[in-house]
Design a protein around this ligand. Structure first.
Ligand code: SF4
Ligand code: SF4
Length: 415
């Protein structure tokens, strides 16, 4: 297995200690060894050694991982579990080629800007049809609804972020320029978060450039094992974004940040441009706290909140204290910590589309922890987590609203 053999050292680092069982969200629900990093590493090792074939059960174990990275962050041997699992998925795609709706749609819609725009326009139409159709026998033909047709999708607005903000938002006496990379969820689903990002970055003293032609970061393709499609997207984004004069590249989606920062380097190891681009990437919370005096320019708003750590931000980039410090300064009631704040909410990008039932159970545990705090609002630094938490909260009947950190910072900007 060519691709996986590159990861044999990584796989052999696993000493089977089982520490990952305490933090793995899929194991927490399934309580079976094939649903935890240790078991998944053992299965992949067996496939590499030729003792196990690429069976459907193997495929399920490999695709049932939320790719949250909690195992990697706490692993005493430092096993890069998500990287190994991505390689195993790529191997499955290469050798087994099991096509599915999610995979097909991801390949077709993420490859260029026109396809991406078209896909989200169709999704907006589909979203509008969900309500009336969900109550009819046609409901079974709707994608992603699965057993009980409960999933709540946010409305997709007619105008994406790229039609709402100018290519450059300047301020007088700017300290520098940042390129704001929105990513798909902010661009097409929550453009208001992108609008808030521009206001906040301007308030922090920076001119903001936005490249309307930006593509999806490509992470959904990588997670699905579509390596070649991911490479193509990475090349296009690197060429596009490298051409912009900016001191930093800032994103409000941790998955996008991590992909631009690390995965582009891995897939394009000989590209100086990918390396230079990665070095400029910052999560917006870490940028605001470490590179600006934004925290001193806030008028705290009257709010009590709790905070959920997005996996790719906390485990992937080690950014935990930055949003907390900023949120504390931005709210008068302050931040009430929940139990297991850094445990996955169950979103995991394509994971929640492929495994909605399991991702819903993971989200259920998160909702209980949120509700226990008594806070009327949960804040997170990831638009994907916000979408998944909003769905889970609504289904549970909890009277709690989910926000992105930028929406709270925007409220606290001194007038
Ligand atoms: S914590 Fe790391 S070394 Fe221990 S079983 Fe899990 S993956 Fe293997
Ligand atoms: S990445 Fe997350 S879901 Fe996957 S094995 Fe590790 S802890 Fe479990």
């Amino acid at each position: 297995m060519s691709n996986l053999t590159n990861y044999s050292d990584e796989i052999f680092k696993c000493i089977r200690c089982g520490a990952c069982r305490a933090v793995c969200p899929t194991f927490g629900e399934e309580l079976s060894e094939i649903s935890v990093a240790r078991g998944r590493m053992a299965l992949i090792e067996a496939v590499m050694g030729g003792e196990l074939a690429l069976t459907d059960a193997f495929e399920k174990a490999v695709f049932n991982c939320a790719m949250c990275g909690a195992c990697k962050a706490g692993c005493p041997s430092g096993v890069d579990v998500p990287a190994v699992i991505e390689a195993a998925r790529a191997e499955l795609v290469d050798k087994k080629r099991s096509e599915g709706l999610v995979r097909f749609l991801a390949r077709k819609s993420l490859k260029d800007k026109k396809s991406l725009d078209r896909a989200f326009s169709l999704m907006a139409l589909g979203r509008a049809a969900y309500g009336p159709l969900a109550a009819t026998p046609l409901a079974k033909y709707l994608p992603y609804q699965y057993e009980d047709f409960r999933r709540n999708f946010p409305k997709i607005p007619r105008k994406p972020l790229s039609s709402r903000i100018p290519p450059v938002s300047r301020i007088r006496g700017a300290k520098g320029t940042v390129l704001f990379y929105a990513g798909c969820v902010i661009n097409y689903v929550y453009p208001e978060i992108g609008v808030a990002a521009v206001k906040v970055l301007n308030h922090a003293g920076y001119d903001v450039v936005f490249v309307k032609e930006e593509l999806c970061c490509g992470k959904p393709l990588l997670s699905l094992g579509e390596t070649e499609a991911f490479r193509s997207v990475a090349e296009k984004n690197v060429a596009l974004l490298s051409g912009v004069e900016a001191d930093y590249i800032v994103s409000a989606c941790p998955t996008c940040s991590l992909t631009l920062k690390e995965d582009y380097n891995t897939i394009l190891p000989d590209s100086d441009k990918a390396a230079a681009l990665g070095a400029k990437v910052r999560d917006i919370n870490e940028f605001l706290l470490h590179e600006t005096d934004f925290i001193t320019r806030l008028d705290a708003a009257e709010m009590v909140i709790t905070y959920h750590d997005p996996c790719h931000l906390a485990h992937g980039m080690g950014v935990k204290k930055e949003p907390r410090e900023l949120l504390d300064a931005a709210t008068l009631g302050g931040l009430v910590e929940m139990n297991e704040a850094s445990r996955c909410c169950g979103f995991g990008g394509s994971f929640s589309f492929l495994n909605y039932e399991l991702s819903g159970r993971i989200a259920g545990r998160k909702v209980k922890n949120i509700v226990k705090t008594g806070a009327p609002a949960v804040v997170t630094a990831c638009p994907g987590c916000m979408m998944h938490l909003s769905d889970a909260l609504r289904q549970s009947g909890a009277d709690v609203v989910a926000f992105h950190t930028l929406q709270i910072y925007e409220k606290a900007i001194k007038k």
